[in-house]
Ligand binder design. Structure first.
Ligand code: ATP
Ligand code: MG
Length: 437
């Protein structure tokens, strides 16, 4: 764009709608989250897996399910301009993990416990807690059929959320049984909805024969009363499925994690079975589901693998951090240990040599910088040092350097106290600057 004055100004660019920058003011919370996750995953013996963000579109059509909102309307699907391949930005990571597990035969020597963190993409209407690029933490236990692993995964999510200091998060459970039980339920469900056809909205009518279970999930207020009376899958479960579900509940009880059964909690896809669950809060408005998951014993076969029982969950990181904020938790940004003040531009050589060694010793130091002409007075540098939150100022003045010394001045506890140290051997005094020494 060329302005009238003749000066040219280039048009500003903005982030894509629904895709957010995570700025340095917020990133301490994200790093805190990630560190805690790594620690908990290690304690639970879950190992990290990283799969590509772009996958063949067919992976999600099959693995997420043709009749889901995600595949019907939320995918960032595109054709590779160079070779015409149908590709998609991952809307979730479970299909990618399963593809990788099949491709690399990960379960050849037994079950694997895996976790991932990263961006997912869904073309939804952006609002609080709902974005087009958002981040998920996920855990998947593949190759395990026992109910104790269902409980382990739920306990893992609980432990994480409790570790972030979160309160008032409910655990809701349901069981989807096995295929034959779902089949009997489906017949009863379709018959029920057909008897109430006049109450079904457009979405529900469309799903009646493709995915009637999803109708139970509807948020349409006009349909709620009818949905309350619909046949419940739980009533169709046989002995083995009930036993699996009971084991999960008993283990949660034994570990002191409260739960409730929500018969309307469904994952309307045929590869789901047995336990499904959600962690929900009432404190985030409409986007109150923090974490959702379930057992997907049928997915490996659907993606061309051998039958492999598996279960997993996905947690929305933005929503968890939002709840941390709402409840007044989290961490403060970490201030550097020290701030380096430089007398004049000739002092940089000695200062930077010294800082390199201090940093190698584990001290965090922010160096004053501003270009040779705008270094600023010592007084204004002290203001910056103070604002940085550092506990110490290191003063590299010309006189000190000439004597082979650097002055260390305390900015916090006992502010003003100062001492001199040898410039050429910072290893000797580095430890005295560290808060975690
Ligand atoms: P919802 O009913 O809120 O749309 P979902 O069933 O689509 O959730 P899952 O696919 O189970 O969600 O994803 C797991 C978690 O990821 C959700 O519980 C939520 O915390 C988070 N999540 C899902 N979609 C978004 C989004 N668009 N923006 C932010 N977080 C999201
Ligand atoms: Mg959704």
């Amino acid at each position: 764009m060329v302005e009238k004055s003749g000066a040219s100004r280039v048009e500003k660019l903005y982030a894509v709608k629904g895709m957010n920058d995570i700025l340095p003011s917020d990133s301490p919370q994200w790093e805190w989250f990630e560190e805690r996750v790594r620690q908990q995953m290690e304690r639970h013996a879950y190992r990290n897996i990283r799969t590509p963000i772009v996958e063949p579109t067919a992976l999600f059509v099959r693995g997420t399910g043709e009749t889901t909102d995600i595949v019907e309307k939320e995918m960032y699907a595109f054709e590779d301009r160079l070779n015409g391949e149908a590709l998609t930005l991952r809307p979730e990571n479970t299909p990618g993990v399963v593809r990788a597990a099949i491709e690399h035969n990960l379960t050849y020597d037994g079950g694997k416990r895996l976790y991932y963190m990263g961006p997912m993409f869904r073309h939804e209407r952006p609002q609080r807690g709902r974005y087009r690029q958002f981040y998920q933490l996920g855990a998947e236990a593949i190759g395990f059929s026992g109910a104790e692993v269902d409980a382990e995964l739920i306990l893992l999510a609980h432990q994480l959320l409790a570790g972030f200091g979160l309160r008032n998060v409910r655990v809701e459970l349901n069981s989807l049984g096995v295929a034959s039980e779902r089949h009997s339920h489906r017949i009863a469900l379709i018959a029920f909805f057909e008897r109430h056809a006049e109450l079904l909205d457009g979405d529900a009518r469309r799903r009646l024969h493709t995915n009637p279970l999803r109708i139970l999930d509807s948020k349409n207020p006009a349909m709620q009363e009818m949905i309350q009376d619909a046949p419940q899958l739980l009533d169709f479960l046989g002995e083995a499925s009930l036993k699996h579900f009971d084991t999960v509940k008993t283990l949660l009880d034994a570990c002191g994690v409260p739960w409730s059964v929500n018969p309307r909690l469904v994952r309307g896809l045929d590869y789901y079975s047995h336990t499904v669950f959600e962690f929900v809060t009432l404190e985030l408005g409409a986007q109150g589901t923090l974490c959702g998951g379930g057992r997907y014993d049928g997915l490996f076969e659907l993606l061309g693998g051998k039958p492999t029982p598996a279960i997993g969950w996905g947690m929305g990181i933005e929503r968890v951090l939002e709840l941390v904020k709402v409840q007044g938790g989290g961490v403060l940004a970490q201030a550097p240990d020290a701030y380096a003040i430089v007398g004049d531009s000739d002092c940089f050589v000695a200062a930077m040599q010294c800082l390199q060694i201090l940093r190698a010793e584990g001290v965090s130091v922010q160096m004053h910088a501003g270009g040779a002409d705008v270094l600023g007075s010592i007084k204004s540098q002290f203001k910056r040092a103070d604002a940085s939150g550092a506990r110490f100022a290191l003063i590299f003045g010309a006189d000190e350097i000439a004597q082979g010394l650097v002055t260390v001045k305390s900015l916090r506890d006992g502010a003003g106290a100062q001492s001199k140290h040898v410039l050429n051997d910072p290893v000797q005094w580095a430890k005295s600057l560290q808060s975690h020494a």
